[in-house]
Design a protein around this ligand. Sequence first.
Ligand code: ADP
Ligand code: MG
Ligand code: ZN
Length: 628
Amino acid sequence: MPIRQDDNRPTRRFGLVNILLIGFGVLLLFSNFLPNPAMQVPRVPYSLFIDQVNDGNVKRAYITQDQIRYELTKPPEEGAPTVLSTTPIFDMDLPQRLEQHGVEFAAAPPKRPSFITTALSWVVPPLIFILVLQFFARRSMGGAQGALSFTKSKAKVYVPDEESRVTFADVAGVDEAKAELTEIVDFLKTPQRYMDIGARIPKGVLLVGPPGTGKTLLSKAVAGEAGVPFFIISGSEFVELFVGAGAARVRDLFEEAKKKAPCIIFIDELDAIGKSRSGSMGVVGGNDEREQTLNQLLTEMDGFTAQDKPVIVLAATNQPETLDAALLRPGRFDRQVLVDRPDLSGRKKILDIYAKKVKLAEGVDMDRIAQATSGFAGADLANLVNEAALLAARSYRTAVEQGDLNEAIERVVAGLEKKSRVLQPDEKKVVAYHEVGHAIVGHLMPGGSKVAKISIVPRGMAALGYTLQLPTEERFLNSKEDLEGQIATLLGGRSAEEVVFGEITTGAANDLQRATDIAEQMIGTYGMSETLGPLAYDKQGGSRFLGGPANPRRAVSDSTALEIDREVRALVDRAHERALAILRHNRDLLESISQKILEKEVIEGEELKQLLASSTLPEAAVLERVAA
Ligand code: ADP
Ligand code: MG
Ligand code: ZN
């Protein structure tokens, strides 16, 4: 995306001072190798010098620490040099000997380094050091990641310009999220309107959803729609080896952002810094760095109050359940926007966006493609269209044909299947009956919630489909009957598989886990068993550190333990029988809703309400018989 990178720090030129300093350094290095005039004098062995002294042939000598230079009275032969030099050896008798033979001699004063040399040796090394530092500092300022940029935030600033800016029109299939974010755009554009009425502008919005569903794209679109600068940084970029660096970066980021307000800070992969602090306690030493970074982020978010120049922090994560509760408090990321995988009509819209960017052959049916790509996220669909275009180009065709798209689906699916997100048709059928089973039982069970949505669009790694139950009233207490209803609802999925296919799959593992948990709590925590009485058999507040169960059992006799197990088992069995009875009784409805959802993938709202309204409980006698 051709977005202008806005760097307000000018790069400094290589100054004159620097050049001079380098010159000095070079001179100093080479001064040792410069030819020394003293070296021209022929050098002779020390023994020869002593011989010549003894012969009385030496007129005068000049003695320094590393050289004796002397002049002969007469050269040994015609034309030979009269000035010679030798290397002194440690000889205490030398002065006496010279005196005896009448040699005129003098010694050089102890060698003292010249002023220049001294000055240079003090000044140059630190200067070289400074130069090196500057070099790295300059590199890090240029936006590249320099070695000394620990405390600078690595956030990139995008100032959306006209032709490259992303808008809501570029994002499709996530209508609820778009609706929520439209409000944010409004805050950014006209903060005054909200201030006048005394409303507090939200500071943080958390986008939650699986990878590739367009979270980053959406936040760019918010910036594009509002026409404000957009800082983007990934949570993992805050976390460094050095404790405190992350916190300093957060500070720096907010400082920069405040200068550019109104603007948006987008923190991608928030879970990298926002992991629940209590969750890491079991780990030896915890994670100081991450905690400090998180604390700094919280402080900064609490800190900025300038309402007329809002800085809104958008963040994205695909693991909202791991986030620290402190992040989700009011005044921080108190708004959460679900960015889910698109349903059939959403996929169609996304495909339309990307189909416009390639040349399509006549009569390509995008609806069929949308139908065949259940579970694909926006990024997968974009990838799919591109793969198809590549295939067409490879075989020298000028437009993308249906066959290319079909082949591309297979390619993308092959990549996705590893991540177990795409369902085979027969699996999809099982999931459909399973979810409708939950919905019908859930609808008929007492308790303050209603079934709001059934979906067979796979979500995340575990859930292949889901049935959403929303509470119709706020509830703080659950009766025994409510809880039994919840267990039956959870078992409704598996029961539907039994009723329809006569066999069961692994898809119900999570349901069974939760059902068993509820049953255990009913007996062990809430004292809801008639035979066991109002005793709490579970101890509250188990140890987290050892990774044991949250509520270990109190010390009980073997026979009581056996009784508890029996009661839990009986509760679950009863609920299972109940679910089976309900589904057998509503067999036709189970069939018709399942067919409908196989077609549409998602049923919700009024339509769902009407469908479920025709479900009926079996006669009381049947349920009684089951319960007995
Ligand atoms: P996320 O941040 O949720 O992991 P991205 O926003 O980075 O996903 O999406 C990656 C790319 O996939 C986007 O740049 C865009 O091309 C495409 N994409 C994803 N979701 C959508 C969508 N809902 N509508 C249009 N394009 C999408
Ligand atoms: Mg992203
Ligand atoms: Zn289920």
